[in-house]
Structure formats: structure tokens, C-alpha cells
Design a protein around this ligand. Structure first.
Ligand SMILES: NC(=O)C1=CN([C@@H]2O[C@H](COP(=O)(O)OP(=O)(O)OC[C@H]3O[C@@H](n4cnc5c(N)ncnc54)[C@H](O)[C@@H]3O)[C@@H](O)[C@H]2O)[C@@H](O)CC1
Ligand SMILES: [K+]
Length: 539
């Protein structure tokens, strides 16, 4: 599933209408019908829940004739008890709402249209829909002229603002959004919740809090990033006749990370079949530089995760003052002293020697900072010939070192795994600025710095150097727990060691990490009880 910006959506609309020749009115008809169908589905579910609540089993009303297969539109029992208020803005989003009003009326629901502005302001296709609704005699109100009792309706369709909206809702729109939210009635949004920035996920004040959002054609970035993802409620994407193949070659088009995308687009086999004739050398050797005196557990978690991700061998390089304490802590992991006492600048040489015969170098978890660490990370960056994963304190070293684009460029893949605070330091922004447009920032940073970037957080964004990006949906808030990031670094390193590319290892790693977190939470019984080690055990 593609994830687009409003500008990309406009271009796809233009292409479909002008180059392919499908009339705009036909697209609007599909959009409005899809929205009406989803409202009817919503009403059906509500009634089903209700009938389950009251007598524990389905009523006869739900049993349809076996001979006649009715359009879903006509399958709703007790429709006369439904009366929906259709909030209509003056653009094409409003036009979609007017089409939906016609179909809902056709299905027998009560509908009343409320225009946010004078209906005379509607133009083009939306004006045609306005006239059709009027010709059918659908009752209409106009904001500022007529009184509206929002609470007297069983539901509200929000067709005020779509992808053409700019900035915070103005004047009447803001007042209608606030009143709709205050009504407590379930709201279904057409395309995006009005008041949401479709590109960034920023919620303006006010913003519709939708129960369901019927997104048209393709997901919009703002719907899959928080806080917008929270405003959208249940997301349904409905196809309306805009050809998807056009997206395939587009630069900067993003994808929802699903198993199908992993297989077909990223050419990853999630089953990770192993060669029956393989040996431990077949599956790669991870070199991990991690841990320091008070934070040795980070290295332990990362190295164990690399093994569970399938790496044949893992060597954990750690400072001499920690190594004796880690003997036997993870018997499958080989230990190597990379510095006599604590980490020092000279340990870069030792690491490079070790890395020469390993398949990937991962640096950062629990490292801490030390004198000369800027030069240290630069040495590893410039001279490690194998793929490199940079996490945690090693990211802070990069940030402190300044413009690393002037360093000798790396031939092998580089994966950076910042959380929003580390991303802020890397990009010279505040954490709030990072959170305001996570996808936009991840995409521009990855392409300008020629790295694969994993911007962690709810709905982790993985951006590749070529401008493509993926949004992960696995995982849950219980994974916001100490050590979960170290586990992710270990997984990504383990996948790189097995020959996956930077973007393959980053996407598959993030996906697996979330999936394992979901399994571990199910096993624990509650997400809050999850600890990072549980993610490793669930891999
Ligand atoms: N061919 C197309 O372009 C299609 C568009 N579709 C629908 O059309 C939507 C996009 O339509 P439009 O581009 O007409 O734009 P919208 O309907 O999103 O709204 C833009 C209108 O609202 C006004 N406006 C903009 N920002 C505002 C603000 N902050 N406060 C108050 N008013 C504001 C503008 O004057 C403009 O007239 C999509 O979200 C989708 O619902 C669908 O009908 C499918 C086909
Ligand atoms: K809307």
C-alpha cells in the first residue's frame, strides 16, 4: 500500500483525469459510494454489537435470503433509526460527502446536509453534486443561517476538508469541527479528518476526532504518523479507480511495511529458509562494539538479539574493564577486548582489525562517550569496509562530529537507528521539530546523507538513500522500554551479516522486532509488562 503526500495525490488525480481520461465526476462518484458503504458497515457493526449485547446471538434480521444477493447498501436492518449529518466543505472533499449523502439516502438512512459555507461557493463537480442532492430533496442546512442540533443525529460524516486544505481550519470550519467533536456522536471522516495536516500528521486546533477514516485511493502520510494516526481512528483505504501502477516508479513514494511489501518489493523472504547444507559460517559473523562499565547490559541484549536474528556467529568487542564480568553471561557470544580499560580513541584500530574478518560492524549500544570519540567514529566510518550500523552513543558522536558528508564516503551500506532525541541532535533540530514531520525529515536526511535511516518511535519510519521510505505498523507502546533499541540494533546487524542489504535489514529488522514485541506482549498478558529480553526470546 502506497503512502502519498497531498501534492503526489494531486498529481495522481491529474494523471487519471487528464492523461487516462477518467472523468473527475466518476472518481467522485466512486469515492462517495465507498464512503457511504463504510458508514453502512459502521452502522451494521454497531447494531451487531448491540444485538450481541442484548441477547447474546444474532437476530433474524441479519439472516438474508439465500436466493437474492443484495447490494451491501440494502442489507442494513432498522435503517430508519439512523440519521446522519453530512458536513460539507466547499471543495471536492465536500463533493465526496454529497455523493455519500445520496447513497445513504438510497439505502434508507435519514440524511441531512450541512454546508459550512454558502452552497453557492461550491464549484465544478462539487456544484454538480450540490444540485443533485437538492433535486433529490435531501434536507440541507447552512452554517451560520440555520440552527444545528448535532446531538440529534446518530452519526456525522466529516466531508469538510481533504487534501486541499491549507493550515489550520478557518472561521466556520473551525467552529463546525469543534461542535461535531463536542457532540459525542461517532464521526466518519472522508479521506482525512478535517483539521489534520495530511502530509505531516500534525493536528491543528481543532481537528476532527474520527471513529473511522475512509481514506481514498492511497494512504496519506499524516494518517500513519502520530498524532494524526490517533485522530483518524480505524483506517479504511478504498480504491476509487486511480491506477496504482503510476506510483510504482515515482520518486519519494512511501510504502506501508507489510509482509507482502517485504516479499515483493524488498525481495526479503520472511521465512528465512536456511540452506540444508549450511554451517555457522554461511550465516555471517557480527562484530558488535557496545557496552561500558555501567551499561554492559546493552551489549548483552544486542549480541543475543543478533544470534536470535539468525547470525551464525557474534563477537562482542568490549572494554577490558567490563569483559571479565561478562564471561559466561551469554555463552554463545564470543568476547573480544577492544581497549585495555575503558573505551579509548585507540580502540578504533583494534575494532578495524577485528572487522576485517567480520560481515558487519554495529557500534553504539551502551558505549558512553569518551575523549577522542569523534575521531574514533570517523575512523570506523571511513575505514570499515563492511556494512556499519550506528546506534545510541555512536549517533551522538556523529552529531557532535558535525558534517560527516565531508568524510570519505562509504562503499558498504550504513544504517543509522536514532530515536527522536538522537535524530534531533543529528539534524540540529529540537525533538518537537523532529516529531512534527517524521517522514519528511527521515526521507530528506537519508537521501542527503546517503544512509539508511531508521527513525524509531511509534510507527517507525525506515528511509533509504534513494528517497524511498517505509512505515512500520508492528509493535506497541509496551516496547517503549529500556534495551528495546539495543535489541533492534542486534537484529539489524544479524540480518546484515546474513547478506541482506541495508534497506532489507532495516525494514525486515524493524518489522520482526515489532512482531516479536507483539508476540511477547501476548505471552505476558499485558504490554506494560514487556521487558527488552522478552523481545529476544519471542524472535
Ligand atoms: N479529482 C480529484 O481531485 C478527487 C478529489 N477527491 C476529494 O477531494 C479532496 C481534495 O479536494 P480539494 O482539492 O477540492 O480540496 P478540499 O476539499 O480538501 O478543500 C479545499 C477547499 O477548502 C478551502 N480551504 C483550504 N484550506 C482551508 C482551511 N484551512 N480552512 C478553511 N477552508 C480551507 C479552500 O478554499 C478549498 O476550496 C480529497 O481529499 C478527496 O476527498 C475525490 O473526490 C476523488 C477525486
Ligand atoms: K474530511
Amino acid at each position: 500500500m502506497y503512502i502519498v503526500t497531498s501534492a503526489q495525490m494531486r498529481e495522481l488525480d491529474r494523471y487519471t483525469i487528464q492523461d487516462i481520461g477518467i472523468p473527475a465526476l466518476a472518481l467522485m462518484e466512486s469515492a462517495g459510494k465507498a464512503i457511504a458503504e463504510e458508514i453502512i458497515r459502521f452502522c451494521q457493526n454497531r447494531r451487531l454489537e448491540h444485538s450481541h449485547d442484548t441477547n447474546g446471538k444474532l437476530t433474524d434480521n441479519h439472516v438474508l435470503s439465500s436466493r437474492v444477493r443484495l447490494d451491501r447498501m440494502f442489507e442494513l436492518p432498522n435503517v430508519d433509526q439512523e440519521h446522519w449529518l453530512i458536513l460539507v466543505g466547499k471543495g471536492n472533499n465536500g463533493g465526496d460527502g454529497l455523493v455519500a449523502a445520496r447513497y445513504l439516502r438510497e439505502a434508507g438512512l435519514g440524511v441531512t446536509i450541512m454546508y459550512a459555507e454558502s452552497p453557492h461557493t461550491l464549484q465544478g463537480e462539487a456544484a454538480i453534486q450540490r444540485d443533485a442532492a437538492a433535486a433529490l430533496g435531501i434536507p440541507r442546512l447552512v452554517y451560520g443561517v440555520d440552527q444545528v442540533d448535532y446531538e440529534s443525529y446518530t452519526g456525522i460524516l466529516d466531508a469538510l476538508l481533504g487534501t486541499g486544505a491549507l493550515g489550520a481550519p478557518r472561521a466556520a470550519y473551525a467552529e463546525v469541527i469543534a461542535a461535531a467533536n463536542d457532540s459525542g456522536r461517532p464521526i466518519v471522516s472522508a479521506d482525512i479528518p478535517s483539521g489534520l495536516n495530511a502530509d505531516t500528521g500534525e493536528m491543528y486546533a481543532p481537528c476532527i476526532a474520527a471513529r473511522v477514516t475512509v481514506c481514498l485511493a492511497f494512504l496519506k502520510r499524516g494518517l500513519v504518523q502520530f498524532p494524526g494516526a490517533g485522530a483518524a481512528g480505524e483506517l479504511v483505504v478504498r480504491s476509487i479507480g486511480i491506477p496504482a501502477d503510476r506510483c510504482a516508479g515515482e520518486q519519494g513514494i512511501c510504502h506501508l511495511l507489510t509482509e507482502n511489501v517485504l516479499r515483493s518489493r524488498l525481495h526479503v523472504d520472511p521465512t528465512r529458509r536456511r540452506d540444508p547444507n549450511g554451517h555457522k559460517g554461511t550465516y555471517g559473523h557480527v562484530l558488535l562494539a557496545a557496552g561500558s562499565y555501567p551499561m554492559s547490559g546493552a551489549g548483552l541484549l544486542a549480541s543475543r538479539a543478533a544470534l536470535r536474528a539468525g547470525s551464525g556467529l557474534v563477537t562482542w568487542a568490549l572494554p577490558g574493564n567490563v569483559l571479565p564480568h561478562m564471561m559466561g553471561a551469554a555463552p554463545e557470544v564470543m568476547l573480544a577486548a577492544a581497549a585495555a580499560a575503558d573505551w579509548d580513541a585507540a580502540s578504533a584500530e583494534q575494532l578495524l582489525q577485528l572487522a576485517a574478518s567480520r560481515d558487519v560492524l554495529a557500534v553504539g549500544p551502551g558505549l558512553g562517550r569518551f575523549v577522542g570519540d569523534g575521531r574514533w567514529i570517523q575512523r570506523l566510518w571511513e575505514d570499515a569496509a563492511c556494512p556499519l550500523v550506528v546506534d545510541a552513543d555512536a549517533l551522538n558522536m556523529l552529531a557532535a562530529a558535525g558534517d560527516f558528508t565531508s568524510w570519505k564516503s562509504r562503499a558498504a551500506d550504513t544504517v543509522l537507528t536514532p530515536h527522536p532525541g538522537e535524530m534531533a541532535r543529528l539534524a540540529g533540530l529540537s525533538t518537537q521539530e523532529v516529531e512534527r514531520d517524521r517522514m519528511g525529515l527521515a526521507i530528506s536526511y537519508a537521501s542527503s546523507h546517503r544512509v539508511t535511516l531508521v527513525l524509531k518511535g511509534a510507527r517507525t519510519v525506515i528511509a533509504a538513500p534513494d528517497g524511498s521510505a517505509y512505515v512500520n505498523m508492528t509493535g506497541h507502546p509496551g516496547m517503549a522500554t529500556g534495551g528495546a533499541g539495543d535489541v533492534l540494533t542486534g537484529i539489524i546487524a544479524g540480518l546484515l551479516a546474513q547478506g541482506h542489504s541495508g534497506i532489507q535489514a532495516a525494514t525486515f529488522g524493524v518489522y520482526l522486532h515489532g512482531l516479536a514485541g507483539d508476540a511477547a506482549a501476548a505471552h505476558r498478558g499485558h504490554p506494560s509488562s514487556l521487558a527488552a529480553g522478552d523481545i529476544i526470546e519471542a524472535l
